[in-house]
Design a protein around this ligand. Structure first.
Ligand SMILES: [Ca+2]
Ligand SMILES: [Ca+2]
Length: 331
């Protein structure tokens, strides 16, 4: 007999039992939600209930897919003189504890959000994700037998790839829907460094195609564009794809000289975290660039450096730009 547990379509655990048949199928309608269908046949033993509860706890932890980064200081910026002035001076920053997503947000996760809210454009006309340009991996399709109803769907085979062509607003509104927020730039860099000091890349000073998805292919990198999230080893905090695959939006407004004036505790440029958490992000100035980090499948190695900073307008949507979420630990 077989016990199967699935969460969000991307987590599956199966165990065979000799005495009973028990099946749990769960559908993740929202990021943390679980709907269960349970079918129990003959000879169900009480120990199966205990096992089920244990597995359910495992599934919930997996569905959350966040890791706690403990409170403390780290050295932010470039010490090695990589030429870019925006990364200097290196300065010590203290951050309160926070959670951050293990993975980049996937197409499947973003489609769940879109179908829940029923739109990909905000009420005041801001586009969250570009679904119309050639090569878009999410599209609106008619539901069979109900011609007037449309749902968002992922191009088959790309469900577990990171969502792309999402604007800063589209990232922020997803994060709010999921009960999270975007990471600050400092939170992102601390997480990406994985507890190491002065490392050029998340795992150290060297990087190869066995570490990350960047321009071209070789080693463990088989992808000319995005790769499924988690296709490469994690950093020391257990975070995947913090170098490469897709760039990742952060809360901060772009300020090239921010490191020269940055507060040394919980810094964020151009708006407090509460500003974003209180849903005021739709009032964020469309003409003020926002930060993204990580480098992408499109970039050479230099862009994947953990100190590297990039930026664009919050309305920008690129084929190599996505995001992951964070959450203040006290919440
Ligand atoms: Ca590649
Ligand atoms: Ca990335």
């Amino acid at each position: 007999m077989f016990l199967r547990l699935e969460v969000g379509g991307d987590f599956c655990l199966g165990i065979r039992f000799p005495l009973s048949a028990l099946e749990i199928t769960s559908v993740d309608e929202r990021s943390n939600g679980i709907i269960m269908r349970t079918m129990i046949s003959h000879n169900t033993h009480i120990f199966l209930t205990a096992v089920t509860l244990l597995l359910l706890n495992v599934s919930l932890a997996t569905a959350q897919q966040m890791i706690l980064i403990p409170a403390g200081s780290f050295d932010m910026g470039d010490r090695i003189d990589e030429i870019k002035k925006s990364e200097q001076p290196q300065h010590t920053v203290y951050l309160d504890a926070y959670y951050i997503d293990v993975h980049e947000i996937t197409n499947a996760e973003y489609v769940t959000f879109l179908n829940d809210v029923g739109n990909h454009v905000s009420s005041n006309g801001i586009t969250w994700i570009d679904i119309s340009s050639e090569g878009a991996l999410i599209e609106l399709t008619e539901v069979e037998e109900e011609e007037e109803e449309e749902i968002y769907q992922v191009t088959p085979g790309f469900e577990n790839h990171p969502v792309v062509k999402v604007s800063w607003y589209g990232a922020a509104v997803y994060a709010q829907w999921a009960g999270k927020r975007l990471p600050t730039e400092a939170e992102w860099e601390k997480a990406a460094r994985g507890g190491r000091i002065n490392n050029r890349y998340p795992w150290g000073d060297r990087i190869t195609y066995d570490h990350a998805n960047y321009r071209g292919t070789g080693g463990g990198d088989y992808w000319e564009t995005t790769s499924p999230v988690g296709s490469f080893p994690p950093n020391d905090y257990g975070l995947y794809d913090v170098a490469g695959n897709v760039w990742e939006w952060c809360i901060d407004q772009w300020d090239m000289d921010f490191y020269q004036t940055s507060p040394l505790t919980n810094p964020v440029s151009g708006g407090w975290i509460s500003f974003v958490e209180n849903s005021l992000f739709e009032e964020v100035d469309e003409n003020e660039n926002r930060v993204f980090r990580s480098g992408s499948w499109l970039n050479s190695l230099d862009s994947l450096r953990v100190a590297n900073r990039e930026n664009d307008l919050p309305t920008s949507m690129h084929f190599d730009l996505g995001f992951r979420c964070a959450k203040t630990a006290s919440q």
